[in-house]
Design a binder for this molecule. Structure first.
Ligand SMILES: [Zn+2]
Length: 307
């Protein structure tokens, strides 16, 4: 068969590798990691998140649409430390994408690159088994975001070596902007040091560690068990009614406000909702404004704003 020029051109085009339009598909388990992928790599990546800010990342359903996204993913990024134990293993097994299995270059466990807090000395099931490998809610210390950014940028370069320079410069640029924001946040947050907080779930220990807050109680009697009337009554007795029992009662947007408001009404300790990730409040529409908003809300609640 003789080929005319047009056919030859089409044939050559079909044979060209598609690297020119390479787009790293990033499947994040939580919105903070898809936001971070975009901060670092811009339009070199297409990032999606399995969960959104109004969902508890401990519990979602392994829906077919998520399975198909994992199947096509080049990089899966999750907080890990068993945060996603209820749904991620199912997604990974059904997606049949060996490149993104734990241990492969296409899987990044964010909590493995940060100092993990809350690692139990011995796992006592009576204490709940929500955080058996330590606390997975690492994103609320911005120093951890910087550590994960570094690891994520390196992983992207490994997976897409042709664009390695761009991932490296994207990471450097992000870390520079992040460092500048960190300095402002740490200055602003100084009056929060030593404030005592009651938290719905132990979602905030990395924030507490960063800001030197003291967590004196949780509304959950044990991690993962919703607040009970008897536990709340015991807290009320402990905290008193004069407003001095603690400085704030903190919950995430997906946690029922009933318990924290019940306690606020009786103890005169202000209850405050803090976004736990990007999208968790109107103000928190990217990683930078997430921390701006958390600090503003905490400073307002504890009455030290502007001091
Ligand atoms: Zn948890």
């Amino acid at each position: 068969m003789r080929m005319n020029m047009k056919n030859i051109v089409i044939l050559v085009l079909l044979c060209l590798p598609f690297t020119a339009q390479a787009e790293l598909k990033v499947f994040a388990c939580e919105p903070e990691w898809s936001a971070l992928a975009e901060e670092i790599a811009g339009d070199l990546v297409k990032a999606t998140s399995a969960t959104h800010a109004m969902q508890d990342p401990h519990y979602i359903e392994a829906r077919p649409s998520l399975i198909s996204k994992v199947r096509k993913a080049d990089l899966v990024v999750c907080s890990g430390a068993q945060l996603e134990i209820g749904w991620l293993p199912m997604l990974l097994s059904k997606a049949n994408n060996p490149r993104v299995l734990p241990g492969k270059d296409g899987f990044l466990e964010a909590s493995s690159v940060v100092p993990r807090l809350g690692v139990p000395e011995n796992i006592d099931r009576a204490q709940g088994d929500m955080h058996p490998q330590g606390n997975p809610h690492i994103q609320m210390n911005p120093h951890n975001i910087a550590r994960v950014a570094q690891a994520m940028g390196e992983r992207m370069a490994l997976l897409d070596p042709e664009n390695a320079q761009r991932y490296a410069s994207g990471t450097r640029d992000f870390l520079e902007r992040w460092g500048a924001a960190l300095a402002v946040w740490e200055e602003l947050a100084q009056p929060l040091a030593g404030k005592r907080v009651v938290c719905h779930h132990q979602s905030w220990i990395y924030l507490e560690d960063w800001l030197k807050l003291e967590e004196i109680a949780t509304l959950e009697p044990v991690p993962g068990i919703p607040p009970t009337a008897s536990h709340l009554s015991a807290l009320l007795a402990e905290l008193g009614t004069d407003g001095n029992g603690a400085d704030a009662i903190i919950r995430a947007p997906f946690q029922s406000k009933k318990a924290s408001e019940w306690l606020q009404d009786r103890t005169a300790i202000p209850a405050v909702m803090l976004p736990l990730t990007v999208g968790g409040s109107d103000g928190a529409d990217n990683l930078f404004s997430l921390f701006d908003d958390v600090l503003e809300r905490l400073l307002n609640a504890t009455g030290v704003a502007g001091t």
